[in-house]
Write a protein that binds this ligand. Structure first.
Ligand code: WT7
Length: 658
């Protein structure tokens, strides 16, 4: 940290209004916290855990590293996440405060107070219990963005049933894979989902998934009536959410659980194999959700917070369901998409709901820039965004030009833009500027939060000097870290604490570099076969196996190509069992394969481009030359040495995309 002091940096923007200070009010205060953690890591975290969470039974143990890297935090402490997010607000005078401002796809607005949210959560928690769901049972949630999404997650937390939220854009097959892998006993879904005026039959997709077999443990399907559209019904198993709620008392004794009790499992993509279930704890996870709301977002009682993520991703878990409620904030939850009815939707909503803290993905910003530049009516400059004081981004690198546009046109040049780096596995923010405090550099996530011991190392685990790139690691365990990969502890150990790095460094999977002068971190992108498309993580192998499962396909290889708007685009190289298509067949078969991938995984995994060849370019030992495919995808002349390739003549065939 010593380098920070001496560096001339861009001034910190958006120092909050006079008379108010931020949670961490200065670089000196930041440095003091970093020093406190460095001096006694455990004592630092214990202090935060006592200050920011309400414990039923105080913990006496802090970190248990006897079974490292399966770290445990505050293990003998007992608490309940929903108690911390709901009851605690009732006790502190927030009962009548608006917890959620919900806006539907078609613009209808409703609000829910903390008191009302509490009662809804209690009713559903009671209903789940009445249906036999007990502590430790897993519940899959497959819901649109809704108040009900938060109610469902919090109800599971209340009874100690780990939830597993599946993004509504995943197919029946992906849903089935998650239901069986996590061993769900109940599913909470909606009749239909509505986005951009179009409906998607969620309940039918659930039925389709449950019909795929191996799902006998699922005894209950709870359905939130969103549209009233016709749905298939299985008596005894299916139940309307509103009917269940009506039948139940509006209070519910929480299940007090160990801090280590799993709060949820959330699937994410890795470089190999099927998606992995990232398991999070109750205590450590909730602690960081609450603390980062204060430190990073500087949340204050009168703020209106809006995170545009979906609850199907970690951002929606930490910065919609748990973080804002743990600190008693008012937040906006939006059902729809940023471009419907037009690309001014975000700006219009910020104006109408007087949003003060706005958190979104670089892809959304980049696509809205295009629209704003083409049509003044949807330009942020056409809206009153004066309530904004802090802007954030997450999910992928943000290019300096998008950062500057966001800062100038959305933030009016007065709001700090926080480029927050973190992952599903980290539970909450890891490396991020502090608003009004950290001098900002577009394109850099700046410095680790206090207590987060981030470093950049070479392939053997040795720290590299600033200015030299390497892989990002976290040296010390932290409370909100992933606990294990559900049902696959070896995958957790080998994937995140690899032997090559000495077995004691958490490997993030991203490349990074620290600035020689400031020590600031810049994330350079994944170093494994994980793609980042619009801030969504996709494994190349997953898409390859989906394609290979298609009866038309003999072999497939998938790579990412940099994309101006979406960060990365999926490019698939395909060899058919039949002859290489020509003429109009190229597009017809490509469309068929895209639809296939949509069915196998979900629309988000559909390749942007599909290229056909007679055979896959391979080395003499039979390995697909991905390096070359990446160049071909970028439209580069394959100038690399092709002498190691068995069949270099096929490379040219892949030059044209469909
Ligand atoms: C991967 C994690 C964190 C919640 C949403 C994504 C990339 C994330 C940034 C950032 C550059 C970023 C990394 C990371 N990423 N934030 N600010 N700058 N890259 O969570 O799906 O688990 O993906 O997203 O590659 O490893 P996720």
């Amino acid at each position: 940290m010593s380098t920070i002091e001496s560096t001339p940096l861009v001034p910190a923007q958006g120092i909050p209004p006079a008379g108010r200070s931020t949670a961490i009010e200065s670089m000196d205060a930041y440095r003091a916290l970093v020093a406190e953690a460095a001096q006694d890591h455990e004592a630092f975290w214990a202090r935060l855990a006592r200050e920011h969470l309400t414990w039923r039974r105080p913990f006496t143990q802090i970190l248990n590293d006897r079974d490292a890297p399966f770290y445990k935090w505050f293990e003998d402490g007992e608490l309940n996440a929903s108690y911390n997010c709901l009851d605690r607000n009732l006790a502190s005078g927030n009962a009548n405060k608006t917890a959620i401002i919900f806006e539907s796809d078609d613009g209808r607005v409703s609000t829910v107070t903390y008191q009302a949210l509490y009662h809804r959560v209690c009713r559903l928690a009671n209903a789940l219990r009445a249906r036999g769901v007990k502590k430790g049972d897993r519940v899959v949630i497959y819901l649109p963005m809704s108040v009900e999404g938060v109610v469902a997650m919090q109800a599971c937390a209340r009874i100690g049933a780990p939830h597993c939220v599946v993004f509504g854009g995943f197919s029946a097959k992906s849903l089935h894979e998650r239901i069986t892998n996590v061993g769900a006993v109940a599913i909470i879904t909606a009749d239909e989902q509505v986005r951009a005026g179009k409906t998607l039959p969620l309940k039918s997709i659930v039925d389709e998934a449950l019909a795929m077999g191996g799902t006998d443990a699922v005894k209950t399907v709870v359905i939130y009536r969103r549209t009233g559209g016709r749905i298939p019904w299985i008596g005894g198993r299916d139940a309307w959410l509103h009917e269940l709620e009506n039948d139940q008392p509006d209070t519910c004794e929480p299940e007090w659980v160990s801090a280590e009790h799993p709060l949820f499992v959330l699937y994410t993509s890795g470089s190999t194999g099927a998606p992995k279930g990232v398991q999070h704890s109750t205590g450590g996870y909730l602690l960081w959700a609450a603390v980062t709301m204060k430190w990073t977002f500087d949340i204050k009682p009168d703020d209106v917070f809006w995170c545009t993520a979906d609850i199907g991703w970690i951002t929606g878990h930490t910065y919609i369901c748990y973080g804002p409620t743990a600190v008693g904030a008012t937040q906006v939850i939006f059902e729809g998409v940023p471009t419907y009815p037009n690309a001014g939707r975000f700006w219009d909503m910020i104006e109408r709901h007087k949003v003060s803290i706005f958190y979104t993905a670089p892809t959304a910003i980049r696509s809205l820039i295009k629209s704003a530049e083409a049509d003044r009516a949807v330009h942020p400059g056409s809206f009153d965004l004066s309530t904004l004081r802090i802007l954030g981004t997450v999910g992928e690198p943000i290019n300096p030009s998008a950062w500057n546009w966001y800062s100038e046109h959305v933030g009016g040049g007065k709001c700090p833009v926080l480029d927050t780096f973190w992952q599903t596995e980290t539970g909450g923010h890891m490396i991020t500027p502090l608003p009004g405090v950290t001098p900002l550099v577009p394109g850099s996530c700046t410095l680790p939060l206090p207590g987060i011991d981030a470093a950049i190392v070479d392939e053997t685990g040795n720290e590299v000097p600033n200015g030299q790139g390497g892989v990002l690691v976290i040296r010390k365990p932290w409370p909100s870290m992933i606990r294990t990969v559900w049902g696959n502890p070896d995958r957790f150990r080998n994937g995140y604490y690899p032997e090559e790095l000495g077995g004691n460094l958490y490997l993030a999977g991203d490349g990074a570099i620290r600035d020689a002068d400031t020590g600031y971190f810049t994330i350079t992108g994944r170093v494994d076969d994980v793609l980042n498309v619009s801030g969504h993580r996709m494994g190349t192998m997953e898409i390859e196996s989906a394609l290979s499962a298609c009866p038309l396909v003999a072999e497939a290889a998938v790579v990412g190509r940099p994309d101006e708007t979406f960060g990365e685009a999926i490019v698939a190289f395909v060899v058919l069992k039949g002859p290489r298509p020509t003429g109009t067949d190229v597009k017809r078969i490509a469309d068929e394969l895209r639809a296939w991938v949509g069915k196998e995984i979900g629309p988000i995994a559909k390749p942007k481009e599909i290229r056909f060849g007679d055979a896959m370019p391979k080395t003499r030992s039979g390995k697909v030359v991905r390096r070359m495919l990446r160049s071909v995808a970028k439209g580069e002349e394959v100038s690399q040495d092709t002498s190691t390739v068995e069949n270099p003549q096929v490379i040219a065939q892949f030059a044209d995309p469909a």
